[in-house]
Design a protein around this ligand. Structure first.
Ligand code: ZN
Length: 199
């Protein structure tokens, strides 16, 4: 719980510092799709008009630690129209801040209205998901380790013919004289009444 709160506390500052240092990010191009390959990817963020934008014809992804930039365009030479969206997302492991810039035919009266350069927005999935993901990932191994060790130790004892609970040698006994628990036999430790040997 403490770790989740700690992760929550650094979540937004980390995204903000990534956002601030964006000019120094060593981003590498990871995906470059053109034409028909770009269309199935769709737009990386919501488009601003009531009518959906045409499918992208150019889709470029650039990545660095805690940073993703999607440069996406739909250009149609026949109708001489073009739509563009540059979306930058900051945060780790999920994005927390999104900033986007959009381009379209601003002179088209049908497309008037929305803001092409909206203010950076906080993303709820990262805001809530990052602390949970980080907190859980850090939390699980130390909590599970003792249980795993106990199970392994019992398995080794019962393999050796010892009492799995206390380690006392109970090779030919059904009940442990040391702790009083019933013996647990592993498959390769057959007792007199167990199944016949294979073969
Ligand atoms: Zn015992």
């Amino acid at each position: 719980m403490l770790l989740v709160l700690l992760a929550a506390a650094v979540n937004v500052p980390l995204a903000v510092s990534l956002f601030r240092s964006r000019s120094e990010l060593q981003a590498g191009q990871t995906l470059d799709l053109r034409g028909a390959d770009a269309a199935p990817r769709g737009w990386p963020s919501s488009t601003p008009h009531d009518d959906p934008w045409p499918s992208p014809t150019y889709w470029l992804l650039t990545e660095a630690f805690g940073y993703r930039e999607y440069s996406v365009m739909a250009a149609d030479a026949e109708t001489n129209t073009a739509y563009g969206m540059d979306t930058q997302r900051y945060g780790w492991p999920l994005p927390v801040i999104e900033q986007k810039m959009m381009w379209w035919d601003w002179d088209d009266p049908a497309l008037k209205g929305p803001e092409p350069d909206p203010a950076p927005a906080l993303l709820a999935t990262g805001l809530i998901g990052n602390p949970l993901l980080v907190g859980t990932a850090v939390f699980i191994p130390p909590v599970l380790a003792p249980f795993v060790l106990v199970v392994l130790r019992r398995a080794m004892r019962s393999r050796r013919g010892d009492c799995p609970w206390c380690g006392y040698d109970i090779r030919d006994l059904d009940c442990c004289p040391e702790c009083g628990n019933e013996a647990i036999r592993s498959a390769d430790q057959p007792t007199g009444t167990s199944r016949p040997p294979p073969g």
